[in-house]
Design a protein around this ligand. Structure first.
Ligand code: TTP
Ligand code: MG
Length: 349
């Protein structure tokens, strides 16, 4: 059987959900996040507003015609980025092989994790809910194309697994434009020759598709047959510097802090070498039951000295409920700014 090695996660109505979470009075109402001006565009709408036909990329004035009683909110991009970071932190705790596709979406390679993929998905949902109060949809399959299709299958708050035997049922009736690689233009081109569904598309030969779409014709040919060999691309590496150690389970906070001190020195040296300062600091622990816990904070100012990093790390670990013994302590700095940039902005001021 194909190994269910790829997971795709996508937050539900992301910007609108953040707004609802930050202002619970919005719950139950149609919420539309969009530019303020008359020419503004809808970034997203919650599921309540979607019932009225409002969707992303629609001009706000049209949305207002469709849903006049909706609540219209200008976007707060910085806030969404902050929540996005929290979600990515949770994902990076689970797998290092992650490809972030956008602010609310990522692939995870979970092939090296022993746990049942469904349990991994439930754990992610639970951790994201605890940390951010938001729901997401998860798709699991043996390749990227099918995992992404799966996460979209049962939104919101979905959890869908696609196995090979499900492919005909799931794919054949889909419109061609729902296949990754077939945009609006290509979809129109296909419609013009009478090809509407994946089932229609199946009848075309690989050569025909290559003639029509070039190299991607061959990818489309494979994809609708459930073949997609793209790897989860980790080249857009996350910018963080960290260190961690495992040891025999113990419950001595002074020992943990001694580790943090050592890591703070290492991290500070590395940051100074790179010429960066950072503002987010994360302490990670693993307890004697191998359960991982993290606590992060984002400071108002950038730091790079070992002493600053250590002091903040200590206050974080003091705030963590260490009710069992630990077998790992780790420390990470992220959210960097290069020192050159700081100089520039200093002179600008
Ligand atoms: P999506 O994941 O495409 O949409 P969504 O999270 O709002 O809803 P869904 O439950 O269907 O996943 O995009 C993520 C965020 O990106 C979205 O909340 C707002 C932003 N966005 C735009 O700003 N413009 C756009 O055209 C789209 C599609 C999204
Ligand atoms: Mg989304």
């Amino acid at each position: 059987m194909d190994k269910l090695s790829i997971m795709h996660i996508d937050m539900d109505a992301f910007y609108a959900s953040v707004e609802e979470h930050d202002n619970p009075k919005l719950k139950g109402y149609p919420v539309i996040v969009g530019g303020k001006s008359r020419h503004g565009i809808v970034t997203t709408a919650n599921y309540e507003a979607r019932k009225f036909g409002v969707h992303s990329a629609m001009p706000v004035y049209i949305a207002k015609e469709k849903c006049p009683h909706g609540i219209y909110i200008p976007p707060r991009i910085e806030r969404y980025k902050e929540v996005s970071e929290q979600i990515m932190d949770i994902l990076y705790d689970i797998s290092d092989i992650i490809e972030q596709l956008s602010v609310d979406e990522a692939y995870l390679d979970i092939s090296h994790i022993e746990m049942d993929p469904l349990d991994i998905a439930k754990m992610i949902k639970q951790r994201v809910m605890e940390k951010t109060g938001l729901t997401l949809s998860v798709g699991i399959s043996y390749n990227k194309f099918l995992a992404k299709l799966a996460s979209d299958w049962d939104k919101p708050n979905g959890l869908t697994v696609i196995t090979r035997d499900m492919i005909p049922n799931i794919l054949l009736s889909l419109p061609v434009k729902s296949i990754y690689g077939i945009g609006k233009k290509s979809s129109n081109k296909l419609n013009n020759i009478g090809i509407y569904s994946v089932e229609d598309l199946m009848r075309l030969s690989e050569d025909f598709l290559i003639d029509m779409f070039g190299k991607s014709g061959s990818e489309i040919y494979d994809r609708i047959r459930g073949i997609d060999n793209r790897k989860v691309d980790t080249s857009r590496e996350r910018k963080s510097i960290g260190s961690e150690s495992t040891f025999n389970a113990k419950d001595d906070i002074e020992v943990f802090k001694a580790y943090l001190n050592e890591f703070a020195n290492e991290i500070s040296n590395a940051m100074i070498n790179k010429g960066v300062q950072g503002k987010t600091i994360t302490v990670k622990t693993k307890d004697e039951n191998f359960i991982q816990h993290t606590k992060s904070k984002t400071l108002n100012n950038y730091i790079s000295s070992a002493e600053d990093i250590y002091t903040n790390a200590c206050s974080l670990i003091d705030e963590m409920d260490l009710d069992t013994r630990l077998r790992l302590v780790g420390l990470t700095m992220s959210n960097f700014m290069s020192l050159d940039l700081e100089q520039l902005s200093f002179f600008d001021d």
